[in-house]
Design a protein around this ligand. Structure first.
Ligand SMILES: Cc1ncc(C[n+]2csc(CCOP(=O)(O)OP(=O)(O)O)c2C)c(N)n1
Ligand SMILES: [Mg+2]
Length: 385
């Protein structure tokens, strides 16, 4: 898949007041209705503030959406075949995944969660390296510094603090790095969420906090997570702007997230963006979502699918025809085939690697544990270590 930098979406309209407006509660509040530029039927709507990215940028986003959907489907199959330990699918959330990476420049950083494999891949990490974590081989299969993508975080909201720390360091060094910090609706109830947003706002750090509100934290619905009017409304309490966006509209996401990235890069501080989307599948393969939500609720969101609306829009705009669509789908098939081959190749991780890369100098208790493991391996495997 291509790297993100080639998409430069048009963002806030030049003729509109921007982030230089002094911060008052009114300027920080999100809209009552999430920003939408292309509706569920594929029809474009002009917006007074947010410009629609140009069609070639949307075509590139569509390529990534198709690839992302194919990867989600492939990973579900790999779980059933026992080739992946677990897969938290972002089926239905691909527009959020793709946009979060496409708005970043090369020097920026992405801080993803366990559900954000497609975002990691859209940033340029190979699918096979991305899935090392979920296959259970190692904590992270790619080089975070090379790709400027932090390891996917499983403990909720911890990555937000790491993201803020990195942004603080970048600011102290005078670098023009922007940090995209991802989390779910459930993670907003964590203390780490509060601490990260507060610190980032006080120090005007270049961070975009991007919440994918997919309505559920495993079986806990949003109504049990918060009594706030929206998650984006929390921003005003920290002194940063909040915005709500249709999370199944990649055009709106590119515009709103792009504007937040621009603000951060211009030294205007952090923003909070809430995408309204839906987790179309179970939390993971270990979850049975039929126990806590009605099928017709899930079915209703099918009509808002992020891929279908982009296909319709691009076709109507004369940018996409059947031949090009087939080419895009073939490329996604090829990506899935390469991933299958990689996942069907056995790896033999060295158990002793558990102790590597943890501390520069191994503390005494880990040294003891390492010796125990070492002896055990020698006894049980006949290894001459
Ligand atoms: C600190 C912490 N507490 C609990 C969990 C268990 N847990 C894993 S995923 C999850 C739900 C998170 O929901 P949300 O933030 O909305 O993200 P989503 O899975 O919907 O993408 C929970 C409670 C965890 N991983 N980390
Ligand atoms: Mg959620």
């Amino acid at each position: 898949m291509s790297h993100s930098c080639s998409v430069s979406p048009s963002r806030r309209r030049d003729d509109q007041p921007g982030a230089s407006v002094p911060a008052t509660p009114e300027t920080l509040l999100p809209r009552a209705v999430p920003v939408s530029l292309i509706d569920a039927d594929g029809a474009a709507h002009p917006d007074d503030v947010y410009a629609r990215p140009h069609d070639q940028a949307l075509l590139q986003a569509y390529r990534e959406l198709v690839a992302g959907r194919r990867i989600n489907d492939q990973c579900n199959a790999l779980v059933r075949q026992g080739r992946l330990a677990v897969y938290p699918s972002s089926h239905g959330q691909e527009a959020c995944q793709v946009a979060a990476s496409l708005v970043l420049d090369e020097q920026d950083w992405l801080f993803p969660t366990y559900r954000d494999s497609v975002a990691v891949i859209a940033r340029g990490v190979s699918p096979a390296e991305t899935l090392v974590l979920l296959r259970g081989d190692w904590h992270c299969g790619y080089d975070p510094k090379k790709h400027r993508v932090a390891p996917q975080a499983t403990p909720l909201a911890t990555q937000l603090l790491h993201a803020v720390g990195l942004a603080h360091a970048a600011k102290l060094r005078g670098e023009s790095t922007v940090v995209m910090a991802l989390c779910g609706d459930g993670a907003t109830s964590e203390g780490d969420f509060h601490e990260a947003l507060n610190f980032a706002a006080v120090y005007r750090l270049p961070v975009v906090f991007f919440i994918q509100n997919n309505e559920f934290a495993i079986s806990v619905p949003l109504a049990r997570q918060t009594a706030a009017p929206s998650l984006a409304h929390k921003a005003v309490g920290y002194g940063m702007p909040g915005q709500r966006v249709d999370g199944n509209d990649v055009a709106a996401l590119l515009s709103v997230l792009g504007e937040a990235v621009d603000r951060a890069r211009a030294g205007e501080g952090p923003s909070l963006v809430e995408a309204h989307t839906y987790r179309m599948q179970a939390h993971t393969n270990a979850d049975d979502d039929t126990r806590y939500r009605a099928r017709d609720e899930v079915a209703a969101w099918t009509a808002r699918d992020p891929l279908t609306r982009m296909r319709t829009y691009l076709t109507d705009a004369g940018v996409l025809d059947e031949a090009l669509d087939a080419e895009i789908r073939d490329a996604a098939e090829e990506t899935a085939a390469v991933l299958r081959t990689a996942m069907n190749t056995e790896v033999e991780p060295d158990p002793e690697d558990l102790f590597t890369y943890v501390f520069a100098e191994r503390p005494a208790h880990l040294e003891r544990q390492w010796r125990l493991l070492h002896d055990e391996l020698r006894r049980t495997e006949g290894n001459d270590r």
